[in-house]
Ligand binder design. Structure first.
Ligand code: F0G
Length: 342
């Protein structure tokens, strides 16, 4: 079976429809080591078709939109939702309109929207302004289906991340650590665990310090962080996320941009390339360890997006040695490098 709709159909309560799928889901859950009594696992959501977790929600939202006769899908985005909406709309034979904050989206994500033929609108403002505009536009025009995570079908699809974690471990983990921007995904995981009825982990939502509306308990007018995917000041699913954290006895934590870059580097040096927003979760995991707050048992960190989506940010720390040689110098160089490695 390909895609999360086919695999988890009976859990999603969908109308009888033809799925729009790119084979999303079934992403790897890899062991990352034992930290004291905790077993750390990474859920590699960057392995989804467009390189982020958004595809889980998008297959459901776009399938429903087409089924209901919408002509176009519309979203506000810091890049990943747009890339996913563009790809699934292309698959569905629909138009995608994506509104992004001008100058604040990683180039590779913009490229994804462009190759799939979306209509790009750069808005003078941040993500929160863009979301307000598309909500207004969709409410006024029935031809447009809004596919941000305020669309409940998006969150239903994203619940499948929780189902997969349970299916892989045989039960819910002790804790789940994930990045929080608009606060949809943490809410989806919480409801996913509840619905799947194998227990609910402690939910830890990690934000960039400069965009930490959940941590601070107030909206932020001018959010800032190098993790552009979560540069959001007014999380639309704030109340659902608060419920997830309170009821699971978890917490929201803010981490600095320096911690995010260090986390990205540490993951990369273990073979995992995650974008800065995703590394934010790993930085939160490290903070929880420092504070002795990691529970015993499996702890799952959701790495939401692929590192290739933001090729600029890691250049600040990526310092691999490079050589330019002619053919005769190659053997000597290899001998020298191997010698130094000993
Ligand atoms: N990680 C990545 C890579 C993201 O792109 C996002 C959100 C999040 C985490 C946060 O998830 O919003 O559900 O709390 N990106 C949205 C977008 C806002 O437009 O692509 P959330």
């Amino acid at each position: 079976m390909t895609g999360i709709i086919a695999r988890y159909h009976s859990w999603l309560d969908l109308p009888d429809l033809e799925p729009v799928t790119l084979g999303e889901g079934m992403t790897p859950l890899i062991g990352w080591g034992h930290w004291g009594q905790s077993d750390i696992f990474l859920k590699l959501e960057g392995s989804n078709p467009t390189g982020s977790f958004k595809d889980r929600g998008m297959t459901v939202a776009v399938s429903v939109a087409r089924h209901q006769g919408a002509e176009a899908v519309i979203c506000a985005s810091t890049g990943n939702t747009a890339a996913s909406a563009a790809a699934y709309a292309a698959r569905a034979g629909m138009l995608a309109l994506v509104v992004m904050p001008d100058g604040q989206v990683a180039e590779q994500k913009i490229l994804q929207s462009r190759v799939h033929g979306a209509i790009l609108v750069s808005l003078d403002g941040n993500f929160d302004h863009a979301l307000a505009e598309v909500r207004r536009a969709a409410a006024q025009n029935s031809k447009l289906a809004l596919v941000n995570s305020v669309n409940p079908w998006r969150l239903r699809g994203q619940e499948t991340g929780a189902y997969e974690v349970v299916d892989a471990l045989g039960h819910a983990p002790a804790a789940l650590v994930l990045p929080v921007g608009n606060a949809g995904n943490i809410s989806a995981y919480f409801h996913g665990f509840r619905r799947y009825q194998h227990g609910v982990p402690q939910m830890f939502g990690i934000q960039a310090a400069g965009a930490s509306a959940m941590v601070q308990g107030r909206d932020i007018d001018e959010p800032h962080t190098i993790a552009t995917a979560i540069r959001i000041g007014k999380p639309a699913s704030r109340h659902l996320a608060e419920e997830a954290v309170t009821q699971s006895r978890g917490a929201f934590l803010g981490v600095s941009d320096e911690e995010i870059l260090l986390a990205q580097k540490e993951l990369a040096h273990g073979g995992v390339f995650a974008e800065p927003a995703s590394a934010t979760a790993y930085a939160g995991l490290k903070r929880l360890r420092e504070q002795n707050r990691l529970p015993a048992g499996p702890v799952v960190v959701v790495l939401t997006g692929n590192g290739l989506k933001d090729a600029t940010t890691p250049l600040s720390w990526a310092t691999s040695r490079q050589y330019r040689v002619c053919a005769e110098e190659i053997d000597g160089l290899f001998a020298k490098v191997l010698d130094e490695a000993e």
